[in-house]
Design a protein around this ligand. Structure first.
Ligand code: CTP
Ligand code: CA
Length: 227
């Protein structure tokens, strides 16, 4: 399907979306990653495109197809994702759905690390990855609207409010991932929208419905911003 980027409430708007996990190499065959199917991020990209936006999806490694009507950059690591996002500025809005690995190994081995009798297991020296959302939230060329996601297992609202401030976001879509058989890899989601204006609870719904409601919220917010 092709979406007409000249029609719909987001016509003429360029929106960056990140999705999926990042992979941080240990050696040529091994990596560290976060758990993420990319379903929610890809659904957000598709929903924004359906409203007429020019969507630029930056996706980590996922097993699902590129969404229709969206331009996709495929990346592996957090630093590649950051570079891809920055190269897409300026934009009207950016939505950070990716589950970025918080740490990477300080250096990855050029050759495969081999087991050998008597060899100890390798110990990995980790360093922190750049915070892509915070970098864009505080960027000189910041999009009008910056939206983050937050996966929490406890103190969901307080943690989301702290992230909102620290990262310079307008909204955080907060997700309680504590319950079993829940969000991770599943098709449904229950979120709260945390902003400076307060907390809005959305009922449990499919990830597609979360995406469509979020796209409508973004369209409504951007409507008040004239360029
Ligand atoms: N994020 C990002 N770059 C990172 C880490 C997170 O862009 N290096 C973004 C995610 O895409 C998400 C938001 O920041 O939109 C919150 O991610 P989350 O993992 O919940 O928060 P962290 O700040 O990494 O804190 P922690 O994992 O310790 O809860
Ligand atoms: Ca994190």
């Amino acid at each position: 399907a092709h979406f007409d980027t000249r029609k719909g409430p987001l016509a003429g708007r360029k929106i960056i979306v990140t999705s999926g996990p990042t992979h941080e190499p240990i050696d040529p065959v091994r990596y560290i990653a976060n758990r993420s199917s990319g379903k929610q991020g890809h659904a957000v990209a598709a929903a924004l495109a359906k409203l007429g936006a020019d969507v630029r999806l930056v996706s980590g490694p996922v097993a699902i197809a590129d969404p229709a009507g969206v331009s996709v950059s495929h990346v592996e690591s957090a630093r590649e994702m950051r570079d891809a996002v920055e190269s897409l500025l300026p934009a009207d809005a950016a939505v950070f759905v990716a589950a970025v690995a918080d740490w990477r190994t300080e250096r990855s081995a050029a050759e495969k690390i081999k087991k050998a009798p008597g060899n100890a297991a390798p110990s990995l020296q980790m360093v922190e990855n750049p915070d892509i959302l915070a970098g864009i939230g505080h960027h000189a060329n910041r999009p009008y609207l910056v939206v983050g996601f937050a996966a929490e297992t406890q103190n969901v609202v307080a943690n989301a409010q702290a992230k909102l401030k620290k990262k310079g976001a307008d909204f955080i879509v907060a997700n309680d991932v504590s319950h079993e058989g829940g969000v991770m890899g599943g098709d449904r989601n229950r979120v709260r929208i945390v902003s400076a204006g307060g907390v809005e609870e959305w009922p449990e719904m499919s990830k597609e419905d979360v995406a469509e409601r979020l796209a409508a919220l973004i369209a409504e917010r951007l409507k008040t911003i004239t360029v």
